[in-house]
Design a binder for this molecule. Structure first.
Ligand code: CS2
Ligand code: MN
Length: 389
């Protein structure tokens, strides 16, 4: 049984159509009701309708990515109980429709963070890029966070000072928009909201956030066990603290802590090689070996880092992540499962015709098609050569 080749589809408004995805060769769809405000119960009828569209096009709805965790739960504020009840109900509604793998993250306020969404590679394709100095420009000169400078290397602060003077106002505005942007279609937050949240998370701290995650998991595990839902936490992206916000899903020890603290089978992991791979401290293959028994979903992509830790999203098979090693391990884990593990090419380059189109950053069709094709070939090669009997 091969892995379930999947593809993220943002729904009927996605410029990439289900027919495009058919041509790319995926068979599982990863989708969410992105229009639902965070924290509201997803109505059964809307889940059924999305499922109908996906299945009529010949796919299965393999994973819900994501059912977002409301900030009230992450910060365990007064109305936390209300949002937990809503979350449980959304899970029940999904299970009633037969959808049993759910992805989420526990990153404070922001989802993934990049500083450039159109970094031009040598071959003319565009990739997502994270640059410490540009983050420092944002932090020091746009957000103006108190004591931010101490979170950066001296050389980075010096260079950020220079860039802040030379960057045109339009570029600074663009940088602000990019950093404040959430997942496509889920909207952005304001500088004021970010500053307020940073203050709240400072109080909560690293250990507090870990406890809040454990509380969230404890609160939903009964429902998961009753309904056969597997939860999969997405690692922090990038996998270290930024903007003074705590991070608790950034490395092997974090992931082990998460699955051991609430040691129940539905408490699982979305193994994202690109997110983990952006940290110098992470060896994706080693992490997969440690937590593989709880991996129910995988995001496969690659990154290339420089000495400062800046990174761009590289070709799926060429980068700091040993994709052969990851695939070999993933195939081995999958062989022991009753249901295939879904994986998707997480992001792809904007390339060829897509360079002339308006696409969701990271989610244009052709770059992901290339990624999926390479990964599928790698899987077959591993399967035939390593596991052939
Ligand atoms: C995704 C994440 O686009 C991406 O990088 O992997 O946005 C992911 O969907 C969320 O973090 C999961 O909640
Ligand atoms: Mn990912």
């Amino acid at each position: 049984m091969p892995l379930l080749q999947s593809w993220r589809w943002y729904g009927p408004n996605d410029p990439v159509t289900l027919q495009d995805i058919k041509q790319a060769g995926a068979s599982g769809i990863v989708s969410a009701l992105h229009h639902m405000p965070h924290g509201e119960i997803w109505p059964l009828e809307q889940i059924q309708e999305r499922k109908r569209i996906i299945e009529e096009a010949g796919f299965t709805w393999a994973v819900v990515e994501s059912v977002p965790v409301h900030e009230a739960i992450k910060t365990r504020s007064a109305d936390c109980g209300h949002y937990l009840e809503n979350y449980r109900q959304t899970l029940r509604n999904l299970a009633a429709c037969g959808i049993t793998t759910v992805c989420y993250n526990f990153m404070p306020v922001l989802d993934w963070t990049r500083t450039n969404l159109a970094y031009v590679l040598e071959n003319g394709a565009k990739a997502l890029y994270f640059d410490w100095t540009d983050l420092a420009v944002f932090d020091l000169f746009i957000l103006k966070r108190a004591a931010a400078a101490q979170d950066y290397a001296e050389a980075v602060v010096a260079e950020a000072n220079k860039r802040a003077e030379t960057y045109p106002a339009s570029y600074l505005k663009q940088l602000e928009d990019i950093i404040l942007m959430g997942v496509p279609t889920e909207g952005s937050i304001t500088l004021e909201q970010l500053t307020a949240s940073i203050g709240i998370y400072k109080e909560i701290g690293h250990e507090g956030l870990r406890e809040n995650l454990a509380y969230f998991l404890e609160s939903i595990m009964d429902v998961c066990e009753e309904t056969d839902i597997n939860m999969t936490i997405h690692p922090d992206d990038p996998p270290y603290p930024i903007l003074g916000l705590p991070r608790i899903a950034s490395n092997k020890a974090d992931l082990l802590d998460i699955i051991n603290r609430v040691d129940r089978a539905p408490n699982g992991i979305c193994f994202c090689t690109g997110s983990l791979g952006a940290g110098r401290h992470n060896n994706a293959v080693e992490i997969l070996k440690a937590v593989g028994h709880r991996v129910y979903f995988a995001h496969l992509r690659n990154v290339l880092k420089d000495e400062q830790g800046n990174f761009f999203e590289s070709d799926h098979l060429a980068g700091d992540v040993d994709m052969y090693g990851v695939m070999r391990e993933l195939v081995a884990i999958n062989r022991k499962r009753e249901q295939p593990i879904p994986f998707r090419p997480d992001h792809g380059h904007q390339m060829l015709d897509d360079l002339h189109k308006v696409t969701n950053p990271g989610y244009s069709a052709i770059g992901r098609l290339r990624g999926l094709a390479e990964l599928r070939g790698l899987e077959m090669g591993v399967e035939r050569s390593v596991f052939a009997v």
